[in-house]
Write a new protein. Structure first.
Lengths: 135, 99
């Protein structure tokens, strides 16, 4: 394993191999630490110029709902970070249509631009990855 | 008696168990990720509304607000703060936490 790249194969001369990394988010924010940890790891992969995509399904869709105010639970509101992902070239954000529907959520409830996809499309997207990381 | 629910109904069956095993006249308080069970237009809204006919329901507002759900709570569920939580615990004597 290459110590400096965390196992990501790097070419000596060019920018190296680019792999498709997918981060699957299935947990609500704040109740557990999964959502925050996923964000940290996504930013690491993005720093290595990998092909990064994020999926929000099941309770993970609650991570990107607008209007989060955490002052009175004494926890950092990390939801603005999702808006900053674009600046790290993390622009492929996929949201499960079925998960949105059963929670009564619409695209307008979300704080970032996303692509809403159904279960079949989501399965295709997962199948297409080199690396899948689950949170 | 006071029942508290702190898990999302989409993730665990805590809310369903609570509603099945609580008596008429009891109080149910949604806290932490449990507040997702207090929302309108979800898969679980009808189940909660039915239970509201015989039980008083509350939701902890700081947890609602943290999750950006302040405009989505089912009408008739009373929002309370931490002081209200303490008052409920004192008033209702025994507390069952559906973890």
């Amino acid at each position: 394993m290459n110590e400096t790249t965390g196992g990501i194969a790097m070419d000596d001369e060019s920018e190296g191999t680019i792999k498709k990394f997918m981060y699957i988010n299935r947990k609500a924010p704040y109740g557990t630490v999964y959502a925050l940890e996923a964000l940290e790891v996504v930013l690491i992969a993005a720093a290595f110029d990998q092909d990064v995509s994020m999926v929000f399904c099941d309770d993970g869709v609650y991570q990107i709902v607008k209007g989060q105010h955490t002052k009175f639970i004494d926890v950092k509101n990390f939801s603005p970070t999702y808006r900053a992902l674009e600046g790290y070239d993390v622009e492929k954000l996929y949201v499960s249509k079925e998960s949105m529907d059963e929670r009564g959520l619409a695209e307008d409830d979300l704080l970032v631009d996303v692509e809403i996809v159904d279960n079949a499309k989501m399965a295709d997207l997962m199948e297409d990855q080199d690396v899948v990381l689950s949170f | 008696m006071l029942h508290t629910v702190n898990k999302s109904p989409f993730d665990r069956n805590s809310l369903e168990s609570c509603l099945k095993q609580s008596k008429d006249g009891s109080a149910i308080l949604f806290i932490e990720d449990g507040v997702y069970g207090a929302l309108a237009n979800t898969k679980y809204s009808d189940m909660v509304k039915e239970a509201m006919k015989s039980r008083k329901m509350y939701a902890l507002f700081p947890d609602i607000e943290a999750r950006g759900m302040q405009d989505k709570v089912i009408d008739g569920i009373k929002m309370i703060d931490y002081e209200g939580f303490v008052d409920l615990v004192v008033e209702k004597n025994a507390v069952q936490s559906w973890l």
